[in-house]
Write a protein that binds this ligand. Sequence first.
Ligand code: RRO
Length: 359
Amino acid sequence: MTAVIGYGPVGGEPGEPRIDMKTWIGDWVLPSPVMTASGCSANGKELDAFFDLTRIGAVVTKSVMLAPRSGRATPRMAETPSGMLNSIGLQGPGIESFVENDLPWLRERGVRAVVSIAGGSVEEYGKLAQVLRYCEEISAVEVNISCPNVADRGQVFACDAKLAADVVSNVRRIIPSEIPVIAKLSPDVTDIVGIAYSVVKAGATALSLINTTLGMVIDTETLRPALAGVTGGLSGPAIRPIAVRCVWQVHEALPDIPIIGIGGIGSGLDALQFILAGASAVQVGTMTFNDPSAPQRVHIELARALAERGFGRFTDAIGYAHRPHEEPLSDFVADAWAEDDRAGEGADPARPLSSGAAG
Ligand code: RRO
């Protein structure tokens, strides 16, 4: 394996791989492809004690609405096999308080902030964008059109190509052109590629794939739904294969559009699956409840996994699993595995590719 010393924006510890982890969302350059996912760590402060938030790609804040909102009744969370169900219902301080109290905290620390917004109508998204357009140092806006926990399923704009496009074009025309507008889509659709086309045509710079998928748990003691809101959004490793599939399908159809992969990412190898499927970045959400330093750890593990596979640059791995069957592994990957075999130790027995496949 290539000698490795010092690397990337996180750590730089001796013995760590030297690999260029930069990535791009439109014209926005990020030093790391790993972000936090909206909703799992409020607006960043909670994670500050665990790692340096400036060393990851960005913090994505909890989706904020125009007015303060208390959210759904409790209980709002239920454990599920390999995941969890949430029914928070967009609890938050409202955009004015967010801009006054939460955004400055991130800005003062130099944390790249992606502000997630959610509205009950196309007009509300427009009003949120009007407030944000004057806020300096927002790195990007994530337009959450896929919250599953709304009373009216008609408000899950990401389930309707036209409504999704209306929201995105309204936000895009208000937010300054140098700020990326990222549309967050729902997996709960028949054709996610159709929705993706529609929002990209409406001006989305990038796509976040995926939000939680609608689920339900029944408590077998009370014989009632476990959540007060009855249904909730399923997240965690249970949805990872769905999310990887969505990233794969959308990247295949729209290879030039940056995708941010989300769904049960808890390790560098989980993140690598998304990157190989076509994601330009990833978000870590549910895992932070278990391990608050997970975003930093995922960055480190991902850098190591890429180096072990011979990648010198993160961007070379984006969509790598889409290469044609007859195309051999790139020389750098084949060389990395061959060197690994020669070393005879440190080989990863679980690796999916044998050096024989390298041709
Ligand atoms: O607040 C929520 O209940 C919530 C949101 Br906004 C979302 O986008 N996804 C989710 O699972 N829960």
